[in-house]
Design a protein around this ligand. Structure first.
Ligand SMILES: C[S@@+](CC[C@H](N)C(=O)[O-])C[C@H]1O[C@@H](n2cnc3c(N)ncnc32)[C@H](O)[C@@H]1O
Length: 225
């Protein structure tokens, strides 16, 4: 079962966030097609591994996009999923309708300004999202705020490569890629997670150059297990 909240007013986001929203609204109709190959080759496997680690029961997924994670939600978890882009969210709504066995509520919302009270969720999940969020540390701080002490953050992200020559190229290409598709390719996401207050439990390299990684972290305060 799924529900969708009404869109928030267009004018409430800053220009950088507006740019990201516009890019994803434009890309939404072809997003699943664009990612088709890599989804079948690698992402689907990584998603399955990530969601197998999710305990719930109250889970926040940010940047749900077209809802590619929905088929992987464990049936015992209640997922609240948000996205900045109405066009991406509309596709997530369709996908949720195809999976009536999954418990998901969908909301149009900016991860940098979540409207949920403190300590609402047991876990937060993000897959390929913090490359796009204009102020990633602010978004990660918001996740920290709404996850309870002892709760966890699970992420799949691409970020700046480890080999210096590749990092150099990625840093130079970053402004162009961001302008074109709203994505930053030179983020230091593990550092950003730490800077937002999370305690890192696991960083698993998933690809050559350490570009793709799975990150598991927890909010200090109580034992995470
Ligand atoms: C690369 S897509 C990934 C979508 C999905 N998580 C997946 O794994 O296929 C990034 C998503 O993050 C969303 N996003 C970017 N900035 C956001 C923000 N500030 N708040 C909420 N969602 C955001 C975009 O609208 C887009 O749907």
């Amino acid at each position: 079962m799924s529900t969708v909240s009404p869109p928030s007013p267009e004018g409430t986001v800053d220009p950088a966030t507006q740019h990201t929203r516009r890019r994803y609204d434009l890309i939404a109709p072809i997003y699943d097609w664009m990612e088709g190959l890599v989804e079948r080759g690698r992402y689907s496997h990584w998603r399955a591994e990530l969601w197998a680690q999710v305990r719930g029961p109250r889970v926040l997924e940010v940047g749900v996009g077209t809802g590619k994670n929905i088929p992987y939600y464990p049936s015992h978890v209640q997922v609240t999923a948000v996205d900045l882009s109405p066009a991406m969210l509309a596709r997530a709504r369709r996908r949720a309708a195809q999976h009536p066995d999954k418990q998901v509520e969908l909301h149009l919302m900016d991860v940098q300004r979540l409207t949920f009270p403190d300590n609402t969720f047991d876990e937060a999940v993000a897959t390929f999202v913090f490359c796009s969020v204009p102020d990633p540390v602010q978004g990660l701080r918001e996740l920290y705020r709404v996850v309870r002490p002892g709760g966890r953050l699970l992420m799949l992200e691409h970020m700046l490569a480890d080999p210096p020559w590749l990092a150099w190229i990625m840093q130079r290409l970053d402004p162009l890629v961001h302008w074109l598709i709203g994505v930053h390719i030179a983020r230091r996401t593990v550092d950003n997670v730490r800077a937002a207050g999370w305690a890192i439990d696991q960083v698993v390299p998933l690809s050559p150059g350490n570009i793709f990684r799975r990150i598991v972290a927890h909010k200090p305060g109580e034992p995470s297990s």
